[in-house]
Design a protein around this ligand. Structure first.
Ligand code: MN
Ligand code: MN
Length: 456
């Protein structure tokens, strides 16, 4: 099996680079398209017909992408193999009317995206990424906080000396979501003595900040109505521990799996597979896979239809349905690694551990398996064989003890097509925190696992 990366260190170095540049779904999309094009993949619209070995991708709104290497067997007969992950991550989004003044300062009003623990976002350097779309359709890209010369942003917290009242409140109460606002501009307006009876008391200078935005980005305050501006942790991924065995970084969930899938497909594209090999890197998983770019949309089905349209002389709707039903997928999403400091949520003997490879989960969901796809043992057996034959180190796990919580992935939205879907991804500590931890060994084995699957 030809693989681009020879070992764990080489792979993890490239993964850490990707993790640093791809902090939002849009940036991940752009980087993925760049890597796909470099390997000869082309947009599906450039193909009239598709033949075995063709490398193709289809995007959705610059955030979600599906890429495939066309196999020898027609998709209508053999379906596809899919490694499906997501590239959105929990964060804070600027509200549509983000600017407000409080005392002498200007803030960005923010809204939570995905499941976060609010306190983890206080007093840490933050970056701002996104796109502002002007009325004429032109897009202005904003990227501030990760270059050494860039400023960063921050949400302030009270000092311990004056935090007595705060200390009595619960984790969810002590910092209201409405206060998760980023300081944007603190220089006060130049006071004109006596102009409003308040003397030279400093005043917030929203006007000055709006002028700055105009000068720097060519946008008005009104243009922010049609913007997607995301607040994410500033800084690059780092090795963690003296043995450097872990990677600390923002957004392992789920770029650790998405990137592994992407690399596995790029490698697989040097041969012509029997069954079409494909990957999905989708958006909106963290808010329930909603929207046009989420996996509850028709994007996947439509893309399969587009592929079949270019493969069959007489394409029919039933071919798409059959192809979907005959497909299989590894739902490439992260799971929790057992953390000895929180052992009361561990499922005895069924939890994932670091350095033991990616974890397969028969089901996710809550205590009664609600919201999961509950994979059939026939497919698990197939995957067991593929992994063992491929020399992949992997583990079987569930997400924590019953009645302690739960979680979901895109598995449930894909299995409704009748296809076999198994959750299979990298275990993490600190999932959904601004800085998550993954094991280098597990990252490497995840890549090996998806490679083995796509080429099986
Ligand atoms: Mn995830
Ligand atoms: Mn998640």
């Amino acid at each position: 099996m030809k693989m681009k990366f020879k070992g764990e260190e080489e792979y993890c170095t490239e993964y850490m680079r990707y993790l640093g540049v791809a902090k939002t779904a849009r940036r991940s999309y752009a980087e993925s398209v760049r890597l796909l094009k470099a390997k000869g993949f082309k947009d599906i619209s450039t193909f009239k017909t598709l033949k075995a070995g063709d490398k193709v991708y289809r995007g959705c709104l610059d955030r979600t992408i599906m890429a495939a290497v066309v196999g020898r067997k027609p998709i209508a007969e053999a379906g596809l193999k899919v490694v499906g992950g997501h590239t959105d991550a929990p964060r804070l989004d600027l509200k549509p009317k983000p600017l407000y003044e409080k005392d002498a300062y200007v803030y960005f009003d923010c809204h939570m995206y995905g499941g976060i623990k609010k306190y983890q976002w206080l007093v840490r350097p933050l970056a701002l990424y996104g796109t502002i779309v002007k009325k004429d359709g032109t897009k202005v890209v904003v990227e501030v906080g990760d270059k050494p010369e860039d400023p960063v942003f921050m949400i302030s917290d009270i000092l311990p000396h004056l935090g007595k009242d705060q200390a009595k409140k619960t984790r969810d109460e002590f910092f209201p979501a409405e206060d998760l606002d980023v300081v944007a501009w603190t220089t006060p307006a130049k006071a004109k003595k006596g102009d409003d009876g308040e003397g030279d008391k400093p005043k917030a200078d929203k006007k000055g900040f709006v002028e700055f935005l105009k000068k720097t980005y060519g946008v008005t305050e009104e243009d922010l109505l049609s913007a997607e501006l995301e607040v994410v942790p500033a800084g690059m991924p780092r090795e963690c521990g003296f043995d450097r065995a872990l990677i600390a970084g923002y957004g392992h969930d789920d770029r650790v799996c998405s990137f592994a899938g992407l690399q596995a497909l790029l490698d697989a594209s040097s041969e012509v597979p029997d069954v079409t090999a494909s990957i999905l890197m989708c958006d909106k998983e963290e808010i329930g896979s909603v929207g046009a770019t989420g996996m509850q949309s028709s994007f996947f089905e439509n893309t399969v239809a587009e592929l079949i349209e270019r493969q069959e002389r007489n394409p029919r709707d039933i071919m798409v349905r059959r192809a979907l039903e005959r497909s299989s997928m590894l739902s490439a999403d992260v799971t929790a690694a057992q953390d000895p400091h929180f052992s009361d949520v561990d499922s005895t003997g069924n939890g994932a551990k670091f350095h033991m490879g990616p974890a397969a989960s028969k089901y996710t969901g809550g205590a009664s398996k609600s919201g999961s796809s509950d994979c059939e043992p026939e497919f698990i057996a197939r995957i067991r064989k593929i992994m063992d034959d491929g020399g992949v180190v992997w583990q079987m796990a569930e997400l924590g003890k019953a009645e302690k919580g739960g979680g979901g992935t895109i598995a449930q939205y894909m299995s409704r097509f009748g296809m076999a879907v198994l959750d299979f991804g990298t275990p993490l500590w600190n999932m959904h925190a601004p800085c998550e931890l993954a094991s280098k060994f597990d990252c490497w084995q995840t890549y090996k696992a998806y490679s083995a699957y796509l080429r099986s």
